[in-house]
Design a binder for this molecule. Sequence first.
Ligand code: HEC
Ligand code: HEC
Ligand code: HEC
Length: 433
Amino acid sequence: MSPRFLLSIVAVVVIAGLAGFGFYAYRPSLPVVTVVEPSSFSPDMVEKGRILAAAGYCATCHTAAGGQSYAGNYPVETGFGTIYASNITPDPVTGIGGWSPAAFRRAMHDGVRRDGAHLLPAFPFDHFTKMTDEDVDAIYAYLMARVAPVAEKTRDNTLPFPLNQRILQAGWKLLFVDFGRYRPDPGKSAQWNRGAYLVEGVTHCGACHTPRNLLGAEKTGEAYAGAPIDKWIAPALTAANPSVVPWSAADFTRYLATGSGVYHGIAAGPMGPVVHAGLRELPRSDIEAIGAYLGAAIGAPDTNPADNPVVMASLKAGRLDPAYRRDLGERLYATACAACHYNASTVVEGRPELAINSSARLAEPTNLIHVILDGVDAKNGTGGIVMPAFRHALSDAQIAAVAAYLRETRAKLAPWPELAAQVARIRAEGAGH
Ligand code: HEC
Ligand code: HEC
Ligand code: HEC
């Protein structure tokens, strides 16, 4: 074969490939409709949509700090640049007032904008694709009927070329997204399937708890293995969770319903709004279904702390030890922390036992440092219970000393490296959510 002939074959293959990709990537613009009359939706549907919108944290991402609800421009920081969440109020020009239910469904299920442009995965459509048409329509009804229209233009994202070319997003979808509604597993109970539907779909737990590959897609085969998110660490929700006591279905349910897991930790940082602005709207039976789904994967029985020798041994080990060398870490712990975290040898709701708290046991000190620096406000953690912030009271070296002390005497795990430098970095980043 002549090189020329070979070249023309390559050219034909490349052109056919591009044409095929173009055909795959092309999505038509859907017609603009007049804003739907709010009274055309049934109150039941609007109420269902309100609950689902809460459980999908739509407002958390679609409201900028100090901005109007759902008017967008909340910055989602990615490793590649900042993506601004869109205005999804019913404003016909800058929001989604001109979108039909079909256009809204296509955005939620396929990640495509009304005008046919591909949406970026900072919007978790890779999870929302699992939701039923009925549930997506209910969210549409809620947004149209209850959310005030706000005229506010969404800022352009700051992704560099070629990542800002939305057409390329079609390739990412082809490689990484398993599109389609949730398919119930007939071998499992109705409760398990309900939990799986909620976790995989609207509540998109994996968006934070599953590690991502270099192109920002959740790694298949490593679901819920734990991942860095918004400058915090979302711990593993599998048997790889660092807790002394494996999470049972009842533990998950308790934590997700109250923000406090007596054996493990509290919902601070980015997990705060998940519990207190999101899941709290769901009926108790849905929280139990989520607990059952996650608990089944670990398979640990539900136990009472007082009957659990592992917990009791950890608590005893966590008391101040008179023989301990009384270095800076212990002195600071005794004076700054022990007045509240005083190791009563019994597990107390809303005041985590640091001997069994996940933040002292994770491979990274990030969450522990955040909590010491910025405390826990009344909105987060166990609702209505606060821990003071030590940002202005303790230096980087002092926070490092307390963290190292807890790591050594409570978690009894290998020391974290270069702690003072990590405290300095996390302090400079701010509260991080
Ligand atoms: C983790 C943050 C996050 C969450 C949670 C989230 N969104 Fe978004 N959403 C975004 C971002 C960022 C964009 C813009 C993506 C882009 O520019 O490609 C977006 C875009 C959209 C769009 C496309 C609108 C347009 O004109 O670009 C719709 C519709 C939408 N989101 C609806 C929702 C709904 C409904 C929920 C809750 C069920 C939700 N989103 C939850 C971040 C989020
Ligand atoms: C926006 C990101 C985000 C989302 C979404 C999210 N989480 Fe979390 N989650 C976190 C972070 C960060 C922590 C650590 C909080 C802390 O240390 O106080 C956490 C902590 C937890 C813990 C406690 C783990 C431990 O060992 O202490 C559980 C359980 C949990 N999440 C379950 C869930 C479930 C179930 C969902 C979905 C319904 C979910 N999370 C959705 C970020 C998230
Ligand atoms: C005034 C009482 C008080 C003091 C002092 C205090 N804490 Fe706390 N701490 C709390 C309470 C209460 C919570 C639980 C907050 C909630 O559930 O909303 C908490 C939570 C925590 C958590 C759990 C974080 C998680 O995500 O699970 C850690 C770790 C922690 N404190 C460490 C410390 C350290 C270290 C010090 C000393 C530098 C300290 N605390 C000082 C009251 C206190």
